[in-house]
Design a protein around this ligand. Structure first.
Ligand code: NDP
Ligand code: MG
Length: 361
């Protein structure tokens, strides 16, 4: 397996599973965490490694170090491995997904942003979702027809218990305290704003080719997804909230060995389900607009990435994330994207536009 984003939360979990099953790792790639990368190199002895910036090259303990996007794509060409786990965060993961698709590799896709911004250009790709809800839907939809509607479940993020008025003064350190999942900082903020669930709706649309998709909150993250059928039956997918299960489903061919202990339903205290409040999670109001025009994904994603970065650097407030996204959508209108190049062009223009917002903190 080739692992891009090996030093992140998904990457580290995937490598734990690789040890369990003695899976050969031909390549490791990361951004700037060279210390962890060196430990991984020592343990897995990959043929190729890639880092984000040339300035760190001398720190990497490997003979075959590639750099940047060009390096990632070169590794995809050189490695004979047919499976890529793409766990790079954000728009930065898109080109690797596209390249792996071009090379007919199987892609265990954690980088949901690839589908959010360019799902139309990944039709026919051999994608296996790593996202827990989509991994659940994949299992629920196997050998089933007459599907009426899909549901992905949300946790409500770090601020589920807060009132809308209290969101004004929250700090990055508060937003990063996810109650159920230990994830990278960007997706943890996306959970708190519900951008993550918005993205997962369009991710499900591209993966399963159905527009009847909704979401609700199950605060314990034990229920991941539901599938409603024409006959009135609904099937549900439960598991403990641990990404290793979804990653294992995506990277292994056999699924019979135990990854997690099963849930003991008798010992579970009651489960509760909640509607997603559109007042509190205003980004979720974009759900129908995004399903009606998936091209909006590139605008929303780029604006969101810039705003999340600003919030994490304390250059804006939490509620400015959604304000920034709405302001950007007003500015850019409804994009009509016909060529892949336009995805990169829009991403660049949106970032330029959002970088210039001035916020008073
Ligand atoms: P992290 O922030 O923990 O990890 C991101 C990884 O990407 C790190 O290895 C980082 O390297 C690397 N990276 C960042 N930018 C670049 C770049 N330009 N080139 C090469 N590598 C880069 O994120 P997560 O693991 O949490 O998430 C990864 C993806 O998986 C995201 O798209 C997220 O939405 C998705 N996902 C994550 C889940 C989770 O439980 N964590 C659940 C479902 C989906 P470094 O740290 O060395 O800079
Ligand atoms: Mg998810």
């Amino acid at each position: 397996m080739i692992v891009f984003g090996s030093t992140g939360s998904i990457g580290v979990n995937a490598l734990k599973l690789a040890i369990l099953k003695n899976l050969h790792i031909s390549a490791l790639a990361c951004g700037g965490n060279i210390k962890l990368l060196n430990k991984q190199i020592e343990r897995f002895k990959p043929e190729f490694v890639c880092i984000k910036e040339a300035k760190d090259r001398h720190l990497v303990k490997h003979k075959n170090v590639f750099v940047g996007q060009e390096g990632l794509e070169r590794i995809l060409e050189l490695s004979s491995d047919t499976l890529l786990l793409n766990a790079i965060v954000g728009f930065a993961g898109l080109k690797s997904t596209l390249k792996a698709h071009k090379l007919n590799k199987k892609i265990a896709l954690a980088n949901k942003e690839s589908l959010v911004v360019a799902g139309e250009f990944l039709k026919g790709a051999n994608l296996i979702p790593v996202d827990s809800e989509h991994s659940a839907l994949n299992a629920l939809l196997k050998e089933r027809q007459n599907v009426k509607k899909l549901y992905v479940c949300a946790s409500g993020g770090a601020f589920f218990k807060l009132k809308t008025k209290d969101l004004k003064s929250v700090k990055p350190s508060d937003a990063l305290k996810h109650p159920n999942w230990s994830m990278g900082s960007k997706i943890t903020i996306d959970s708190a704003t519900m951008a993550n669930k918005l993205f997962e709706i369009i991710e499900a649309y591209h993966l399963f080719n159905i527009k009847e998709i909704d979401a609700f909150i199950e605060p314990k993250s034990l229920l991941h997804a539901l599938c409603e059928f024409q006959n009135g039956a609904t099937s549900a997918y439960f598991s403990k909230p641990d990404m290793k299960l979804a990653i294992a489903e995506a990277i292994f061919d056999t699924h019979e060995f135990e990854i997690l202990p099963p849930l003991d339903f008798v010992k579970l205290s009651h489960l509760k389900f909640h509607k997603i409040s559109l007042k509190k999670y205003s980004l979720f109001t974009l759900k129908n607009a995004l399903l009606n025009n998936p091209n909006l994904g590139v605008i929303i994603n780029a604006a969101n990435e810039v705003m999340v970065e600003k919030f994490l650097k304390q250059k804006c407030e939490f509620l400015d994330i959604s304000k920034g996204v709405f302001k950007t959508l007003d500015h850019f209108g409804e994009p009509k994207i016909r060529e892949l190049e336009e995805v990169f062009e829009y991403d660049r223009k949106v970032r330029e536009y959002c970088e210039n917002f001035s916020f008073i903190v």
